[in-house]
Design a protein around this ligand. Structure first.
Ligand code: HEM
Length: 513
């Protein structure tokens, strides 16, 4: 009896010792023998991904990485296989010249269990996809949708007028509804009426699904499939709605695809200058196969754009107005400029006029510098490269040799807070953009990413930021209730940023009151 117990004890002890030796060997390898061991960074980050993961879970990755770059210099190892950098020419090299593929992180953003442009990791298939949707977002094409965009801006002002400054509204929700209306109209050629529903207190299932989708994505990526299928059965309405957010969006988009296809087949769609994105995709042929883009790809692509375009723009707008609620000086300067071009407060000038206003442009740039909605690490993977002599060569990243498979990235959060480029980087100062030569600052301002994977909808975002700022500033004074303060608005990040309180309550008081 005694000897069996003692044998069990010895086996356990041996297993524990073997495990400890293995772990120790791994730690020693990561610290001293890994090809990345020469790269500066905290030792605890080099031995395991758990440390950086803990900051991801705390929704503080951007700030943590920023502090590391400030402490250790422009290249830092943040995990056994992860390296971050802050350097413009390396940014060009990784994202534009060498066009590294994306890391698997992006797969957590799949829609309808399928790829869209943002989640297509490899360069070649991505480029085929991008060609399908890119013509939709050219400035000339977007200009066709200005009448609708101006209608929505009028709806926004009227909705806020009807509240008459009597209660505060959550800007994240307000601007999401607004952006979903804009994207649905320009992508599918129909009107959703999400903003009007919000004004009436009626929930819009599509908007709720768009807002739920990122939370679903995070959960889906950490929970194994069998457990996910189980937890989705929990009989709670709100929970089920979150679990089904992908399905709800897919059903909405599929219905539009089938409607439009039926109209096309019946010869009811006439050639016109204004073509919704979906109509383009339905006619698009993949250059690799010559085949029409399959419905599943069209559906996931269009879903991807709704997700990529709505919460990003609404978060940045919310932070803009929070900033304006504290800065009457900026409010006055914006108004003075708008008075010259916007004689009727319900009528937004043409985008070319808004784009010519120096202070408005400076405000938008400064706003994107501090409150760009996706300032996080944009992960790419070092490809394997063989020299002419047939040797496998590492990638030279600022003097460090990185083997194939290393995950490298930079973040616009840090580039746009470089004190040598932006003195007092945490100060919101539109005037910094009103100097003659802004080229160095502009090169460091990358809120939409860089290179071949740069934001596909950035032109639309730039239009919407100007249209909404002009409409609101012209018509309202903005006040922050006590619950909206520096603490509640502190930025958290999970690829995109959001306020710590998960809401941004502001009061819009009509100016004629
Ligand atoms: C302030 C608003 C916005 C910000 C800050 C923003 C930021 C970004 C960033 C940083 C990326 C690059 C991600 C990467 O390299 O991994 C991206 C990609 C993308 N964004 Fe935006 N975005 C905004 C608005 C929009 C809008 C309005 C749309 C369209 C309705 C849109 C559609 C897309 C698409 C389709 C991609 C994937 C591009 C591709 O890989 O081909 N975004 N966005």
């Amino acid at each position: 009896m005694f000897s069996i117990a003692s044998t069990n004890f010895s086996v356990t002890l041996f297993a524990a010792a073997a495990l400890a030796t293995l772990l120790l060997a791994r730690v020693i390898y990561q610290l001293f023998f890994s090809p990345l061991s020469a790269i500066p960074g905290p030792w605890y980050a080099a031995i395991s991904d758990l440390w950086i993961l803990s900051h991801v879970i705390r929704l503080q990755q951007c700030k943590t990485v920023h502090e590391l770059l400030e402490t250790y210099g422009p290249v830092v190892r943040i995990g056994p296989n992860r390296v971050v950098f802050k350097d413009l020419s390396t940014t060009k090299s990784v994202y534009s010249v060498h066009k590294f593929d994306k890391s698997v992180y992006y797969k957590s953003l799949l829609t309808n269990e399928n790829d869209h442009a943002m989640t297509t990791l490899e360069h070649a298939p991505h480029s085929i996809r991008r060609k399908g949707y890119a013509p939709h977002y050219t400035p000339n094409n977007l200009a066709q949708f200005q009448p609708e965009i101006h209608d929505f801006a009028r709806d926004l002002v009227q909705t806020l007028n009807s509240i008459s400054g009597e209660k505060s509204v959550d800007c994240l929700t307000l601007f999401r509804q607004f952006m979903v209306d804009v994207i649905v109209t320009s992508s599918y050629g129909c009107r959703l009426g999400a903003l009007k529903k919000w004004a009436l207190g009626v929930e819009d299932a599509l908007c709720t699904a768009i807002s739920d989708f990122p939370k679903r994505g995070i959960l889906r990526s950490v929970v194994p499939t069998w457990m996910w299928n189980l937890v989705c059965k929990i009989p709670n309405y709100r929970w089920r709605q979150m679990c089904d957010s992908d399905k709800i969006m897919a059903e909405f988009v599929s219905a539009r695809v089938y409607e439009l296809r039926a109209q096309m087949n019946a010869g009811k769609l006439h050639e016109s200058e204004k073509v919704p994105m979906l109509q383009r995709l339905l006619k698009y042929r993949y250059s690799s196969t010559g085949e029409l883009m399959p419905d599943t790809d069209i559906i996931s692509e269009a879903m991807g754009h709704m997700i990529a375009g709505s919460d990003t723009t609404s978060t940045t707008l919310s932070y803009f107005f929070w900033e304006l609620s504290r800065r009457p000086d900026m409010m006055m300067k914006l108004r003075a400029e708008l008075e010259e071009v916007m004689h009727d407060s319900m009528s937004v000038p043409d985008i070319t006029v808004l784009q010519s206003l120096p202070y408005l442009n400076a405000f938008i740039k400064e706003g994107l510098r501090i409150y760009g909605a996706a300032p996080s690490l944009l992960e790419r993977v070092v490809p394997s490269h063989t020299s002419k002599a047939g040797d496998v060569e590492p990638f030279d990243l600022m003097g460090f040799a990185l083997p194939a498979g290393t995950v490298v990235s930079t973040q616009s959060w840090s580039l746009s807070r470089d004190p040598s480029v932006f003195p007092s980087p945490e100060t919101f100062l539109p005037e910094r953009w009103l100097v003659e030569d802004t080229s160095l600052m502009s090169a460091h301002l990358l809120p939409f990413g860089f290179g071949t994977r740069v934001c596909g909808g950035q032109n639309l975002a730039q239009i919407m930021l100007r249209v909404v700022v002009a409409s609101i500033v012209k018509n309202f004074d903005i006040e922050a209730p006590t619950e909206t303060n520096a603490r509640s608005m502190e930025m958290r990040d999970s690829f995109v940023i959001f306020p710590a309180a998960m809401s941004c309550l502001l009061t819009f008081v009509p100016r004629n009151n």
